[in-house]
Write a protein that binds this ligand. Structure first.
Ligand SMILES: C[S@@+](CC[C@H](N)C(=O)[O-])C[C@H]1O[C@@H](n2cnc3c(N)ncnc32)[C@H](O)[C@@H]1O
Length: 207
C-alpha cells in the first residue's frame, strides 16, 4: 500500500491536482488550532487531502464531494484501503447540484473549498449555511500562480476569464460586510474566512 506521500507524488505525475505540501500542512495546523471535529470539503480528487486531514487531526470527520467519476472511484478505493470510511464520507456529485440534506456531519467547524475556481462564490453561498456560527471557511488557490496580480498580461483568453472570476470572488469576499478574511501567502494563496460577530467585529482573535 502506498503512503500518503506516495499518493501525492503519484497524483502529481498523473496531473491530478492535489494540495501542495505547504498548503495541506497549513490546513491541518488551522484545523488543530480550531479544535475542529468536522470539515466539509468541496473537491476530493483522489482523497489525498481528506486522508491527510483525518490522519493528522484527532477526532476529525470529513465529508467530501467529488464530481469526476474516475477520481471519486479512486478516492473510494484509497479511503477503503486505509480503513478510513468511519472518518471520511465521500459523495459523487456536482457540489452545485448536490442534495444537502444528505450531508452527514453538518454543521461543520470548517468548510474547505478546493474545486472549480470559477465557481468559488457559488460554492461559498450554497455551503456557508452549513458552517457553525464560529466556524471557518478555507479557500485555496486564490493567487492562481501569481497571475491574479497581472491579469492584463495573460494571453490565453480562457485563463484570463478564469483569473478574472477568481479576482471577482476575492474582491467580493474581502468587501463583504458579514465576513472577515485573513489572507496567507501559503502555497498558491489561501484565505480563511469567518463570520463577523453580531456587532460587526472580527472573530479572528478568538480562534
Ligand atoms: C484541486 S482538486 C481537489 C484536490 C483535493 N482537495 C486534494 O488536495 O487532494 C479539485 C477537484 O474538484 C473537482 N470538482 C470540480 N468541480 C466540482 C464540482 N462542481 N463539484 C464537485 N467537485 C468538483 C474536480 O474534479 C477536482 O478533482
Amino acid at each position: 500500500m502506498q503512503t500518503l506521500e506516495e499518493i501525492e507524488q503519484d497524483a502529481l505525475k498523473r496531473n491530478i491536482p492535489v494540495m501542495q505540501k505547504e498548503g495541506i500542512e497549513f490546513l491541518i495546523a488551522k484545523l488543530k488550532e480550531h479544535q475542529a471535529s468536522s470539515c466539509l470539503e468541496i473537491g476530493s480528487a483522489i482523497g489525498y487531502s481528506a486522508m491527510m486531514m483525518v490522519t493528522h487531526v484527532n477526532g476529525l470527520k470529513v465529508d467530501t464531494i467529488e464530481l469526476d467519476k474516475d477520481r471519486y472511484q479512486e478516492a473510494v478505493f484509497n479511503i477503503e484501503e486505509r480503513h478510513l470510511t468511519e472518518k471520511i464520507t465521500i459523495y459523487h456529485d456536482d457540489a452545485l447540484l448536490f442534495e444537502t440534506s444528505l450531508l452527514k456531519n453538518k454543521p461543520y467547524d470548517c468548510l474547505f473549498i478546493d474545486a472549480a475556481k470559477a465557481q468559488y462564490q457559488k460554492f461559498f453561498e450554497k455551503y456557508v449555511p452549513f458552517v457553525k456560527e464560529d466556524g471557518m471557511i478555507i479557500v485555496d488557490n486564490l493567487d492562481f500562480h501569481g497571475m491574479i496580480f497581472d491579469i492584463d498580461h495573460i494571453k490565453n483568453r480562457n485563463t484570463k476569464q478564469l483569473v478574472k472570476k477568481i479576482k471577482r470572488f476575492k474582491d467580493w469576499i474581502f468587501h463583504h460586510e458579514d465576513y472577515d478574511v485573513n489572507y496567507y501567502q501559503v502555497g498558491d494563496g489561501i484565505c480563511i474566512i469567518k463570520r463577523k460577530d453580531k456587532n460587526g467585529n472580527s472573530c479572528f482573535n478568538q480562534s
